[in-house]
Design a protein around this ligand. Structure first.
Ligand code: ATP
Ligand code: MG
Length: 544
């Protein structure tokens, strides 16, 4: 196996391990707990685990860390698999911590036999009271010096179901005076009567994460166990397990910074609250930072990997601006999304001097002429967006005003001759005339106009529900406040607009740049109507 040109500290470490002959192939694992849906932070973890293995032509397993039966479900296992496939990674093996429950148990007996673990009768409250503080050593459990025989008997009885939940536990015998709290005789097995999503009611004792994880890594042949920074303080325990169970070669735990993004949140607990309290439509609501939400929103997975790659893999936690993520999505869609026209708030324009209809041409993509053009109908009535006409235009206003000119994109220049107001004083319709010699791109009219606006043909245009989204969490100035207070409850806006018929005819899920509006995904609502759902705005306007 060869070294690669290191682009981050993890690759540097792996290169050293290769140089020193410590490893002959890279094996990693992506270790979600199946207790919820994956989010964009997990995409970073996928990039680190799958991505690193791939670079070294090694392997990455999908490892379900299912040691917490009360919170885990098969529904989440299925969702996680689907999400990883969508992001574009393939796992070598699918492995569950529960596959190893028997071996993990055997290892616990070995620790007992070696005098390195004991059964403790303290209650969970007593254990934490005995643990001490960061500045004070803890107190040893009165059960710490039980004989090996007594410990073995008790542990086997725990397994056989002789004791109630929480009445006993198995603890590693390490050091109650360790400056690292995780080393103060940590609990490694607990009694818990909960039905496990895979092992059912076979077990009434379950291993703790910190004890089970190094064993599962070792049994899978993991060379580098890549995880987030909050596990740094757990590494001494990870290593203790490996040393005391005689693992060779020992897997190596390396920690990297968690991904955090402004104006959104990645804790499963909070995302769950949003779903359960009905603030969003579900785990896959387009506003959610979940993989399912991002997919539903129409974000291409390549843009997410690009984002995670660009922010890099580093050792220090920091918060990334949401606008940076949006810029990565925009760059991808600008390159790949076809162009089309729609208006959010239609304003009827009658071209009094136009008769009949014609077909104009529009490029599918202005940067990719090889994709060619498509036809767009044009007739006597068109819809423009209300925001593109002003009764009281500010100086230098470039869009349409009374007695002013504007260009309809890829069509003609029009002149506003008359503004028809409704009873309430609202603009109801514009009567305009078109300039026949101004047809794009062969304009011979000699009229100079500054503004170009999008439009939809009145004869063939279709009704559309346009959905736009705001951020889930209010700005950083609210940081530190309770999530409940930071929640942006008003984050979905619905418009009833008009769109080109082309949009209704194309397949669901297709992404478009709606010219001058933003990047949108085509979908269909429950009653079969056309929906355009915002992926990302056209410009970074969210700070305004
Ligand atoms: P959460 O509860 O916030 O969703 P978690 O750590 O409980 O996160 P797990 O399913 O246990 O979620 O995580 C699987 C892997 O993904 C772990 O290795 C974890 O370190 C990593 N991970 C989780 N959140 C992030 C994040 N925001 N950035 C990078 N990696 C993450
Ligand atoms: Mg976790």
């Amino acid at each position: 196996m060869n070294k690669i040109e290191a682009t981050n500290f993890i690759e540097q470490i792996i290169n050293e391990d290769i140089e020193n002959g410590k490893i002959s192939a890279v094996q990693t694992r992506f270790p979600p707990e199946p207790n919820g849906y994956l989010h964009i932070g997990h995409i970073k973890s996928m990039l680190v685990n799958f991505g690193t293995a791939k670079k070294y032509e090694g392997k990455c397993n999908l490892f379900f860390d299912d040691t917490n039966p009360s919170k885990e479900k098969t529904e989440f296992v299925d969702a996680i698999r689907k999400d990883i496939e969508w992001v574009g990674y393939q796992w070598a093996k699918e492995v569950y911590a529960s596959d190893f429950f028997d071996i993990i148990y055997e290892y616990a007996e070995k620790l007992i036999q070696d005098g390195k673990a004991f059964v403790c009768d303290l209650s969970p409250e007593e254990i934490s009271a005995f643990r001490g503080t960061l500045t004070e050593a803890g107190k040893e459990s009165p059960y710490r010096n039980r004989s090996v025989e007594e410990n073995l008997t008790l542990f086997r009885e725990m397994k056989a179901g002789k004791y109630p939940d929480g009445s006993k536990c198995l603890r590693a015998k390490i050091d109650m005076a360790s400056p690292n709290m995780n080393m103060r005789d940590p609990v490694i097995y607990r009694i818990l009567r909960a039905t496990h999503h895979r092992t059912g009611d076979k077990w009434c004792i379950y291993p703790m994460y910190d004890y089970a994880h190094p064993i599962c890594d070792y049994l899978q042949g993991v060379t580098h166990s890549l995880c987030t920074l909050e596990f740094e303080d757990h590494r001494p325990l990870y290593d203790w397990v490996g040393i005391n169970l005689g693992f060779e070669p020992k897997p190596r735990q390396i920690e990297f910074a968690r991904l955090a993004v402004t104006n959104t949140v990645m804790s499963k607990r909070y995302l769950k609250k949003l779903v359960e309290e009905g603030h969003v439509h579900g785990w896959d609501d387009p506003r959610m930072p979940t993989v399912a939400g991002l997919r539903n929103r129409g974000v291409p997975p390549e843009a997410l990997l690009d984002f995670c790659t660009k922010i890099g893999i580093v050792k220090a936690n920091s918060e990334c601006q949401l606008s940076y993520l949006e810029a990565c999505i925009r760059d991808n869609l600008n390159e790949n999304a076809e162009r089309a026209m729609a208006v959010l708030e239609p304003l009827k324009v009658t071209l009094t001097n136009y008769e009949g209809e014609e077909e104009l041409e529009t490029a599918l993509h202005p940067l990719k002429s090889e994709l060619g053009v498509r036809k767009v109908k044009f007739s006597k009535t068109v819809y423009i967006d209300r925001s593109d006409f002003s009764l009281n235009p500010p100086p230098k206003y470039q869009r349409l005003k009374a007695d002013g000119y504007v260009r309809l994109k890829n069509a003609y220049i029009i002149h506003c001759d008359e503004v028809v107001l409704g009873d309430n004083g609202e603009v109801q319709e514009l009567k305009c005339s078109y300039v026949p010699e101004s047809r794009s791109p062969f304009d011979t009219s000699g009229i100079k106009v500054k503004g170009t606006i999008q439009w939809v043909d009145g004869n063939t245009g279709v009704d559309v529900e346009i959905r736009r989204y705001g951020v889930l969490l209010k700005d950083a100035e609210y940081a530190g406040q309770d999530f409940g207070e930071r929640m942006n409850l008003d984050s979905e806006y619905i418009y009833h607009g008009k769109a080109e018929p082309y949009l209704a005819a194309c397949e669901d899920g297709k992404q478009f740049q709606l010219m001058r509006v933003g990047y949108y995904k085509k979908c269909t609502n429950a009653s079969g109507g056309l929906v355009l759902s915002e992926i990302v705005s056209l410009k970074d306007n969210f700070n305004k």
